[in-house]
Every structure is written in C-alpha cells, then in structure tokens.
Design a protein around this ligand. Sequence first.
Ligand code: AMP
Length: 617
Amino acid sequence: MTRGNPCQLPGMLPNYDPNDSEAGMKILEDLTENVEQIQQRVLEEIITRNARTDYLKGFLDGQFDKQVFKKTVPVVNYEDIKPYIERIANGDSSNIISAEPIIELLTSSGTSGGQPKMMPSTAEDLHRKTFFYNLLVPVMNKYVDGLDEGKAMYLLFVKPETKTPSGLMARPVLTSYYKSNNFKNRPFNRFNVYTSPDETILCSDSKQSMYCQLLCGLVQRQEVLRVGAVFASAFLRAIKFLEHNWKELCSNIRTGHVSDWITDPGCRKVVSLVLNKPKPELADLIEHECNSKSWEGIIKKLWPRTKYIEVIVTGSMAQYVSTLEYYSGGLPLVSTMYASSECYFGINFKPLSKPWDVSYTLIPNMAYFEFLPVKKKNEDGAQYVQCNGVCKENCMEKETEKEDVETVELVDVKLGQYYELVVTTFTGLYRYRVGDILMVTGFHNKAPQFRFVHRRNVVLSIDTDKTSEEDLLKAVTKAKVIVESLGILLIEYTSYADTSSIPGHYVLFWEITSKGNNHLPVLDHKIMEQCCSTVEESLDSVYRRCRRKDNSIGPLEIRVVQHGTFDALMDFCVSQGSSVNQYKTPRCIKSGEAINILDSRVVARFFSQKAPFWEPV
Ligand code: AMP
C-alpha cells in the first residue's frame, strides 16, 4: 500500500497480517493522513455501484456525480427508508436499495413504531467489520505491553434472532458477527486469545452462556490480562451473576464437574475440557475472595494480572463508571470503538484516557460521512454538557429539522463544534441520520476526532434501551387512564434512570390529586402496580426485551410525591438558571440535587409485579 493512495484493494479494505501491529499502525496512519481522498473514493464507489438502484435512480437520474448526489439525494430519517426496508423484509429484491445483495437485516436498539429499526447488511460488510476489529489490536498494543502473554476474558453473547417473511435473518449486529465465519473461523491472533470458547459465546441460552464463560474465566484466572464485555452494563451484569453463583462455580472447580443444568452439548464439552480435573486449591482461593464482605476491587482480586477493563463507558454507558470503578479497584476503563448497526464508525486512539476524555477517530474507508451542524437551543440557558449521553433537554434536534441546514464533510468539521452524524454506507443507506450528536475534540493526522455527546431524542437509558420523551409520554398516558377512571388526576410527572443497583430500573415521580380537591387520594396498591405494568407494556420492544429476556432492567417504579413537589422542582431549576417564562417540567432528571428534592417528598412507592410481554421482531 502506498501513501496517498491507500485503498487499492477491491472493496477498499487494505490487506495485512493482523498479528503485525506495525503494519496495522501504518494502515491507520495512511487512512488518517488521506481522509479527503479516501472519502471521495468511498462516495464514488458507492454511487457507481448503486446508481441504478430504485432508490438512487429516482434522485440521480443516471448521473454518477458527487455534486448531483449531494444536491438531489435527501438527508433522511429511518421513517423515510422504512418502506424500502419493509419491502425487502417481505420479499422484494434487495437491489431496490443496494446493488450488492442484502443478506440479512440488523435489528438496532433504536426503535421505530415500538419495534427495532432494521439495517441492511451485505456479505462484504462482514469483511469491513473484521478489518475494523483488527485495527483495534495495534492501537491497544501501542499503549499496553505483553498482551500476547495471556488471554482476554471477554464476556460476549448472542441474542435471539428471527426471520422476516422473505426468510432473511433479522438479528442484532453482534449476534450476526459472532455467528459469521469471519468470527468463527478467525485466524489465530496471538494478541486476541479469549478465555471463552466459541461454543460458550454462541450458546443461545444466555444463562448457560454466562455461567460457562465465567467458569472458564475463573479457571484460567492466572492467564487473564484483560477482562471486558461490549458495553459496561453487560459487564456489570456478569459481576452480579457472579455474586449469585460463585458458590456453585467454585464447587464445579473443586470437583472438576460442570453442573447438570448446563445442558447445551457444545458448552458441556468445551467447559469440561477447560475444567479438566478437580482443582480444590483454586476453588478455595476464589471462595476466599468471593466470601469477603466487600466486593470492592473484586476484579483485581479474582484476576490479578488484569491490566484493564475493556467496556464502552461513553454515551449512556457513562452512568456505570462509578460502579465499575468500585469493582475494578482502579483499573483503567477502556472504550475502544464507536459503532452501530448501520455502520462501524470510529476507533479510540488513546484507549487509556479517562472515560470523559474519550474521543473516537472516524475511519474514512468505513462509509461516507457528513455532518449536520447543530446549535444550542438558546445560547443563554441550555448548555451542552455531557449528560451521561442522554439528552438533558429536548435541545437542538428540532432546530435542525426545521432549518434546511447543509451538511459538511468529514474534512471540514470545526474544532469545538457539535454535529449530527449522517452516513452513506456500502449497504444501501444514503445520507442517513444516525441520530448521534458528536463534538469535534481534535485531529489525528487529518482525521477529526469526536466525543460522543448524546443520542438525539433519548431521555432514559439503561443497558441498550433508549427511551424517548415521546415513548415515555405515550406510556404514562396509558397508565394515567387507569387512575383517572378512579377519580384521580396525574398533575405532573418526571422520571430518572436509577442505576444505583444492578440491574438499574426506571423511576417515575408522580404528583397526583383527587378530582375536585387538592388532597392526596387513598392509593390502592393493586391499581398503582397495574399502572407500573401498563407503563412497561407500553414501552418499546427493546425495553421489554431488556426487562423480560435479558433481565438487564429491573421492575419499573412509581414514586408518588407530596402536593407541591413539582413547584419545588421548578424553584430549583429556576435557581439553576432556567427561565421562569419558558420553564417546562423536565421529563427526565439527571441532577442529584433535583432527585433529592423529589425523593425527600415521596409518600408511597410501587413496583411493577410482572415482566412485560416480549417476543422477537
Ligand atoms: P445499535 O444500532 O443498537 O448498535 O446502537 C448504536 C448506537 O449505540 C450508536 O448510534 C450510539 O448511539 C450508541 N453507541 C455505540 N457505540 C458507542 C460508544 N462507543 N459510545 C457511545 N455510544 C455508543
């Protein structure tokens, strides 16, 4: 590969030996030096390949020109392309959007009409993902020595999948990747040896998968150099699982026999091989650590050679940092990458930086990137602060929707500015708004680096759920009908994601009154619990999956507050700089002080008593 023209190979994915870190770094340097040329070539390639698709033909009229593309192809949201995706799901040829066949649909954690959005994927795209994953290795090697002298305990999982009416597989992006030959038949990489045998990762029973992966990780504890999961929430879930199951795990290690309830044949076979023989001393040691009163620093104690924890802790995952720090005993938390079902975007070139300093460099051969500039809603009031990656106020998106704002290219973004990411992918998305708000923090060579600020329109988030203000309003409205029929009025409400325990859960604060007077009504437990369940049933499919299938969200809670509580909340917000005239009750609260104001006025608490209904798409 030569400098200045790095993407000679078909599919624009330079080939190299992933064990060769120097070659990997050289590729990253070339990619980030030649951003402009690469982005031009990516766009040309996408247009050339796809100009005859129904979708692009309608705009480009047979022209292959980049300027025509930017002038005529609209910037779109999911709702605009949903009819095309649905046609493909129902059996239409995928060449209505992509010349390359769409081989499956990737179900996103973003939803539309209560169901996961579905993103197109091609065979070639798996190679693009492999190329991207391989580049993470040299970056880590640059900062941490000796990663080839041991193993990684990564807890990776597959999720349920379904088929569309036309027989296409619909499943989450990581499930698709782990089940692909690119993952299963990956060449040996001495920097990437996992403690979890593939059979345990690919086991569809999440409980057996978790148990077996932890068992293998514990048995190989002296070899483990790093631990992790994709998202911080998944790693914390594993710690909780360990808290509940360490006695049984130790007993398996002591006897050398895996528990009978591990019935998945693949898991049984590989875990028995890892267990190998009775290891009573190892079991004693682990038991001793797990038996201690405090689990502070338990990761370091159980896996003493661990150098860092690899989990995404940016965006909505920032809320888990303090809990992770507690369990990790001060190990660095490493967010390596920024990616989505639509496309893999960027790599963190400084993996050891603190969670709040993390920036991602967009890799220019992944897709054609454009940016919609976004402004603060009002320069005096709403500040853009990193609010756990969740929108504090329904700030600026509406503004960009109304105005006909022009996009800027990757090489033209400005330091310190906020943008919404728009992608044109190799898989049939053209000028698609991803919904993420990013801020430019610097440059690596000529490639801009971005801090993930928040996701558009998300007020509540736990694990992979992203609940919008609109979803919340709809759900609360349904529950409100129940109390109204009993002569009770819901005057005000707000919410917050309580992640002080694992799993976290959503809390709704309700100020209610009897119709006709200002008195707090007598509250019927059963009715209030039904309200909690109704809210849960009305939230989208990702919430219900997290709650029912993954157990990564706990029962929803309603806290009824005293009369006048929301006035106190308003006083507080105004004291913090909100304008009295423009004050609107925030539908989600992040500030600890505001939560205290509400919590100190709680008169009754109710929890949902049953998990909501959920089934795959
Ligand atoms: P999904 O389509 O379900 O894979 O979700 C993709 C979304 O997750 C992205 O658009 C982001 O909003 C969020 N996300 C992915 N990676 C990161 C990251 N490293 N930091 C913050 N948010 C992320």
